[in-house]
Design a binder for this molecule. Structure first.
Ligand SMILES: Cc1cc2nc3c(=O)[nH]c(=O)nc-3n(C[C@H](O)[C@H](O)[C@H](O)COP(=O)(O)OP(=O)(O)OC[C@H]3O[C@@H](n4cnc5c(N)ncnc54)[C@H](O)[C@@H]3O)c2cc1C
Length: 255
């Protein structure tokens, strides 16, 4: 395990609450799409690290992260001010449960996210293997306000993207909804799934626990509610040890 130092090569502020950035990538740093690593800054001569999902796919030669800005957060109150050419510390050991290998083989893959829980799925939806393993890849992103829908334009156009259209072959479906504003789609993802509203809206097969697989990444409440929902539907949780119908990772730890 080594602490690598990478250089910031791109920064995008989405809102006053979220931003994303890209860094260089040491050739020795390997990860599975969907995993997270400990990253951070040197503060008072010591590394200050937090868990971050890697948003870029592992075939890219850079790394990308989507970050919250927590007011007074030990790391993000500083991280949100990074500039081009700044150094980011990255622990070379990546891990996590949101990896296709930990799911049973299946028909359609549902990637359900809220807030920065989108990050690991940004990696998975750009992985050619995801489309070899599943017929359709459905990504949902729920946030409070429309402006928090990070990567919305990119996701809406992924099937037409010069590079990724070859990989998705039209089998990528993007769905978003907001909970605190008027929008074309409002409400929590649990409501959309519970009543088959999501699959009807997308005009795809209704969720079948025997065939369809799910990854969940969001707040503690969201992950708990969806775990309960999919268990009720007859799906079982997978882990790094045993394949299952769904896998979960909390997008952050509540204090
Ligand atoms: C497995 C895992 C993966 C993670 N991946 C990401 C990621 O890709 N992007 C990211 O921004 N954060 C991610 N986090 C959270 C991250 O580790 C830090 O908590 C976050 O960067 C804030 O750091 P901080 O030191 O400023 O504040 P902290 O002291 O770490 O957090 C303070 C409080 O802020 C809130 N908070 C922290 N992170 C978030 C968040 N992402 N969204 C909403 N509220 C939050 C929580 O209430 C937390 O108790 C992940 C956490 C885990 C456990």
């Amino acid at each position: 395990m080594a602490l690598l130092s990478e250089t910031v090569i791109d920064i995008k502020h989405w809102t006053n609450k979220t931003f994303s950035f890209k860094t260089t990538r040491n050739k020795t740093f390997r990860f599975k799409n969907g995993e997270f690593a400990m990253i951070g800054l040197e503060v008072e001569n010591k590394p200050l690290l937090r868990a971050y999902s890697i948003a870029s796919p592992n075939h890219e030669d850079h790394l990308e992260f989507l970050s919250i800005k927590v007011p007074n957060g030990p790391l993000t109150s500083k991280l949100q001010h990074i500039k081009l050419k700044d150094e980011i510390l990255i622990n070379s050991k990546s891990t996590g449960t949101l990896v296709c290998d930990y799911l049973l083989p299946g028909r359609n893959l549902f990637l359900l996210s809220t807030g920065t829980g989108l990050a690991p799925f940004m990696s998975i939806i750009r992985d050619p293997e995801t489309y070899e393993k599943f017929n359709k890849v459905i990504l949902t992103h729920t946030v409070r306000e429309v402006k928090e829908l990070a990567y919305k334009d990119f996701l809406e156009n992924l099937n037409n993207d010069q590079l990724y259209s070859e990989i998705t072959k039209g089998n990528f479906l993007y769905f978003n909804s907001v909970t605190r504003e008027n929008f074309e789609r409002t409400g929590r993802i649990t409501t959309w799934i519970n009543e088959n509203k999501l699959t009807n809206y997308l005009n795809i097969e209704n969720f079948d626990p025997k065939l369809d697989r799910v990854m969940i990444c969001g707040s503690e409440d969201m992950t708990f509610d969806l775990k309960t929902l999919f268990e009720k539907k007859g799906s079982s949780e997978g882990s790094t040890q045993i394949q299952g119908g769904f896998v979960i990772e909390k997008a952050f730890a509540e204090k």
